[in-house]
Write a protein that binds this ligand. Structure first.
Ligand SMILES: [Fe+2]
Length: 401
């Protein structure tokens, strides 16, 4: 617990105590999340000067990870990180649920395009499934988001945004009910795309200025459609704000960071991440490490830094090219996915437990008899120098024969 002045509160802080009796304030509970600026305003309005927040070691850790000091981070968080391990059985189950859910998403989105009845019950069922699994393991569904069973990007992308958004909401400490709402909002964030002409939606390559203007309408079209179909307005922050940008350069309303809700901030991060890491019919998606490095450059201009940090710390997937920390405190890069054991890839280890560079060691984690190492979690690649030789190895290992 840490005492902070109300003026220093940040979105994402968890309040655990106020400096006043609750009878003297408009707060029925003293345990709540600062989910947007309105909560801070309400505290000020109630003349609350100081609050106590849950002290976030995680925030400190993120700073250390950026500076490359992974060793002390891991020692402190070993137990917490272990809780988020995913095992093969869970992944198998998640794969089945993911595959079935994408079919449901496809069906309700196509209904919108053809003008059939909106199946709110179907959306709700998928959302509550996502929330339930995420409550048990925050990262397991995220680990299967890159299954390539579908040729239509839009449906899979909607599912992925629902999954990433709920995983992030769970890591931010939101309640089961809020996670379910955010899953649903993620599934629905791009329904407006079903109402823009198909030739623009599926056009390979760059849109003309006019086509881009029409495409941008998908936000307002989706928002209006959902309101007309009885989805409550307070559920639609993610839908309406997922293209708003930190510096006010986004659309449709050009909101700035403090005006964007927590759902909108989450929506922006997960929408961008899934979009740039997904394969499209006309180009291959970026590797996770490259995408995260690029997104890091966009913090404070396009996306909220704190939400992005949480995302980096908690993405439960290890695609080829991502930087990971081992339980031996060594750092490595995922070299190759072992398709029979997706959570035990081959890792190229390039630094020793003290963070010193060492000759690259290729470790196949699927061969447990020889290897005892485990991946503890993904690491932000922003400030860690990965030897270029690692990428040469990756290319060779993944050569198509
Ligand atoms: Fe969108």
């Amino acid at each position: 617990m840490k005492k902070v002045s109300v003026v220093d509160l940040k979105i994402g802080d968890k309040v655990v105590k106020l400096d006043k009796n609750w009878l003297d304030t408009g707060f029925f509970s003293h345990h709540f999340l600062i989910k947007d600026q309105s909560v801070i305003d309400k505290l000020k309005h109630n003349n609350v000067d100081y609050v106590y927040i849950e002290y976030s070691e995680e925030e400190e850790s993120i700073k250390e990870l950026y500076s490359g000091n992974a060793e002390s981070v891991i020692n402190r968080h070993r137990e917490e990180i272990k809780k988020n391990y995913i095992n093969l059985d869970e992944v198998k189950n998640a794969k089945v649920i993911y595959t079935e859910s994408v079919k449901v998403v496809k069906s309700f989105m196509e209904d919108i395009r053809t003008g059939a009845m909106f199946k709110d019950g179907a959306v709700k069922a998928v959302a509550s499934n996502i929330a339930e699994i995420t409550m048990k393991n925050k990262g397991v569904l995220a680990s299967v988001t890159k299954l390539k069973h579908y040729d239509n990007y839009t449906f899979q992308h909607s599912m992925n945004v629902g999954i990433f958004a709920s995983s992030l909401a769970a890591h931010l400490g939101m309640s089961h009910r809020d996670i379910e709402r955010i899953a649903k909002a993620g599934l629905l964030h791009d329904v407006g795309k079903m109402l823009v002409p198909q030739e623009i939606l599926n056009k390979p390559g760059k849109l003309t200025e006019e086509e881009f203007r029409i495409m941008k309408n998908h936000v307002q079209l989706g928002y209006d459609f959902l309101l007309d179909n009885g989805v409550p307005e307070d559920m639609l922050n993610l839908t309406l704000q997922h293209h708003e940008r930190h510096d006010g350069s986004g659309y449709p309303n050009g909101l700035k960071d403090e005006e964007i809700s927590i759902e909108g901030k989450i929506g922006a991060v997960v929408d961008i991440y899934d979009a740039i890491t997904s394969d499209r019919c006309y180009h291959k998606g970026m590797e996770a490490a490259q995408a995260l490095r690029l997104m890091f450059k966009w913090t404070d201009s396009h996306i909220n830094r704190k939400v992005f940090d949480f995302f980096v710390m908690n993405v439960g997937i290890y695609p080829v090219g991502s930087l990971v920390l081992m339980d031996t405190n060594e750092l490595g890069v995922i070299g190759k996915i072992n398709h029979n054991k997706p959570t035990n890839p081959t890792v190229l280890i390039f630094s020793d437990k003290m963070g010193r560079e060492k000759p690259i060691q290729i470790v196949d984690l699927s061969v447990s008899a020889i290897n005892k190492r485990k991946i503890l979690g993904p690491v932000n690649p922003a400030d860690i120098k990965i030897p270029s030789k690692v990428y040469a190895y990756i290319e060779k290992m993944n050569e198509i024969k």
